[in-house]
Write a protein that binds this ligand. Sequence first.
Ligand SMILES: Nc1ncnc2c1ncn2[C@@H]1O[C@H](COP(=O)(O)OP(=O)(O)OP(=O)(O)O)[C@@H](O)[C@H]1O
Ligand SMILES: [Zn+2]
Length: 723
Amino acid sequence: MARRIVDVLVPLALDQPYSYAAGDIPVAPGDVVRVPLGTRECAGVVWGENTTPDPRLDNRIKAIAEKLDVPPLRDEMRKLVDWIAHYTLAPRGMVLRMALRMGEGLGPERERVGVRLAGAPPARMTPARARVLATLADRLVRAKSDAAKEAGVSPGVVDGLIDEGTLETVALPPEPVARAPDADFSRPDLSPEQAAAAAALRDAVAARTFATFLLDGVTGSGKTEVYFEGVAEAIRQRRQVLILMPEIALTAQSLDRFSARFGVRPAEWHSEISPRKRARIWQGVAEGEVRVVAGARSALFLPFADLGFVVVDEEHDPAYKQEDGVRYHARDMAVVRAHIEKFPIVLASATPSVETEVNARKGRYRRLSLPQRFGGQSLPHVEAIDLSREGPPRGRWIAPRLAEAVTVAIERKQQALLFLNRRGYAPLTLCRACGYRFACPQCDAWLVDHRFKRQLVCHHCGFSTPHPAVCPNCHAADSFVACGPGVERVEEEVGTLFPQARVMVMSSDLLTSVDKLREELTEIQEGRVDIVIGTQLVAKGHHFPRLNLVGIVDADLGLANGDPRAAERTFQLLSQVAGRAGREEGQGIGFLQTHQPEHPVMRALIAGDREAFYASEIDIRERLHYPPFGRLASLIVSASDRAAAETHARKLAAIAPRDERVRVLGPAEAPVSLLRGRHRFRLLIKAPRALDLSGYMRDWLAAAPKTTGDLKREIDIDPTSFL
Ligand SMILES: Nc1ncnc2c1ncn2[C@@H]1O[C@H](COP(=O)(O)OP(=O)(O)OP(=O)(O)O)[C@@H](O)[C@H]1O
Ligand SMILES: [Zn+2]
């Protein structure tokens, strides 16, 4: 009998599977196996039968070491991996790696040890020991760590009592990763609009077919309550659900809302979940035991046994695009997954991306509208403060009219949010004596002054250095001037203007963990803060009942960077921020401090005229053949040697396949021309919508010269960042 050979894809930067002999291990496609690779072993997935193995390899083919005891990767999941790799041009192994990211913790569950009172009291009694005995006097079993915690003693005390025979140990079953949600735990009364939208989602989930919805509701309209009804239907159908959120929106508040509706928290999946927990969730999801996952973009690659509904909350959020490794857009790939597995998906936003908006206009996505806030609250009233006419005095950042409004808000015991999307104290530091500016040694960027950490920091690569005492150029002392504001500088000004106010600064660099973020958000919700100063960390999804005033310190900040999506991003971000105001009672007000009150983005925000913004933006995109009316890809060539990068980029441009429908722009020095010590050149490729741009890029690179030295090429299909 011929040997059975199978192809195994390993989670490494390889596009092709390797052949292995199955021996007498009964493997089938999708099975997770351990295989020898070079000098070590690694996990991989059987991708298919190999019926025509290369005879020359015959005696070099190695055998599969073992089949792992985890559920196989289903057909649909393998199709998704193939699809994404094909589309993004990432090696298939790298995409697989995301689907196998169950941590190294897979394997038997770590046993939990419980204790209970069993024998005679110890010979030597101490107050700590007495407390443990008192705690366990009810003769119930407790986890060892819980017993220590409840008694307020160290675990060593409990161990001592076990050694003496006073306590006995008992093996406890592992805690479930997630308990089953109850679809009818607490059903809300929906407004008529909410009810109509919810019914559409429920029907779609019950129909078990592919459909894409845009849940288009103004800030505070109760989109969450609506998509929860789709979730409830999937739970009733005994199917699984994935709720994707931008990482920072995975807050205690949103998880609590889930448990208020369904009785339990969903399983969480984000970068701070521990490897062991990760492994258990992965397995629970694959076995169908975990019903609902709320996760950041990487949760898209979880191997659901029977996924029946996906929500992409805040679908316009740039955080859905992964910018390193496999460059994929989780929203778009979620739609692909829904299509492959034939279930409905809903994209929710108050400010849909232009792509999604156009898809809805063209009828490719079905729009569900919630034009009003829930409970009759009106949308915030937005006004411009023209910085060229009524700006603050020199060296200050809060205009008199905004300061006045903050004073009034505090008097009324309401909260104010001052938004500035810039971390640190000042974006540029220079020497007054000689004009020297502090720049990053590895990047084309100024160093940002972070006073709280007492460092100058590069926001591109993380390089940091303590504040020097004298100018490194002219050796003058005390000659530094901080230029421009960051949140820390606004905090300083707020301290002078409102000395009595309780102030909190929220900025990602000041946070140590997700838990810390959750604590701070709770403090704001509970009204223990008067003025919040924050970056985009506070812009998204939060519901602060007492917040009625939002001041945008520099509304023009995002417009200046030459990015084709600058207008869209600015509109979305500022609408979201302003949308935090007046959600529960009273009228919300937003102030935009701007030098360009006539800019279409500012005019649309002030008039509350979303349609005007989309009309002008869609018109521009259509004329320029930008997405979604055309397609883009970017190719960045980088190297530590500038000439090497430039020469290679030019060579690539010269050999681009000829196709009169495709335009290759560049190479040009990238806007960030030096990053982490590498010089960067960019090519931008523009093509019509119908063209297979991934195929074009693949043909191109297949003919390209090999990269030598530390030359690197990075391809980004549908880029969203243009730096
Ligand atoms: N049917 C309902 N019954 C009771 N409360 C509701 C209902 N719908 C919405 N709410 C409440 O209204 C508030 C706003 O809802 P939600 O946060 O879901 O809005 P949203 O549309 O997601 O807003 P944003 O886009 O600003 O995040 C929440 O406090 C929510 O609990
Ligand atoms: Zn840097």
